[in-house]
Design a binder for this molecule. Structure first.
Ligand code: ATP
Length: 150
């Protein structure tokens, strides 16, 4: 089915608005419209929820989360960037593993199973795409998803 990326991003932002507000986090959405993609709408929504949920969880009060989507040639780029705690370089190779959780996450009371990114990767790969994460401790994290658009 052809889906509108603008709608996926808008839905994601409206679902996370309350949580972000509680933490005084600014949510920014930048979508080039219209971007149409042959994809499973429910799965893409779930993908964005995992990424935005992590961004909110690991970003301290007063931070900024940016969700952006644009298309270049035959590729759709979906990005979630935060100004959060970041991921130490020694953890980066493991974060897509099932049940893997960083130190901070493990010692936190708050829920979480360590399945989020494993699910995200699964969804992206099912759509023939790629996911990668760049992160700097105490600076922030950027997740970049690329999806082939026919
Ligand atoms: P959940 O299954 O509820 O999402 P989780 O957040 O612990 O739990 P993943 O989403 O798989 O699990 O993430 C794995 C680990 O990667 C996290 O425990 C955390 O250490 C790190 N991580 C993921 N996203 C971010 C982010 N935006 N900023 C900082 N660390 C992150």
């Amino acid at each position: 089915k052809l889906i509108h990326m603008e709608r996926i991003v808008q839905d994601g932002i409206s679902k996370m608005t309350m949580l972000a507000e509680v933490k005084d986090i600014i949510l920014r959405g930048e979508v080039e419209s219209p971007i149409l993609l042959q994809a499973d709408e429910e799965r893409l929504h779930q993908l964005l929820m995992v990424l935005m949920d992590n961004a909110v969880k690991y970003t301290p009060e007063g931070g900024v989360i940016r969700v952006a989507c644009h298309k270049l040639a035959h590729t759709v780029y979906l990005e979630v960037e935060d100004t959060g705690v970041g991921i130490p370089p020694e953890h980066l190779p493991h974060i897509f593993d099932r049940f893997y959780r960083g130190d901070k996450a493990r010692t936190r009371q708050e829920g979480g199973t360590g399945l989020g990114l494993a699910i995200a990767k699964w969804i992206v790969e099912r759509h023939g795409g790629k996911i990668r994460i760049e992160s700097k401790p105490a600076v922030g994290t950027r997740v970049l998803v690329t999806l082939p658009a026919g």
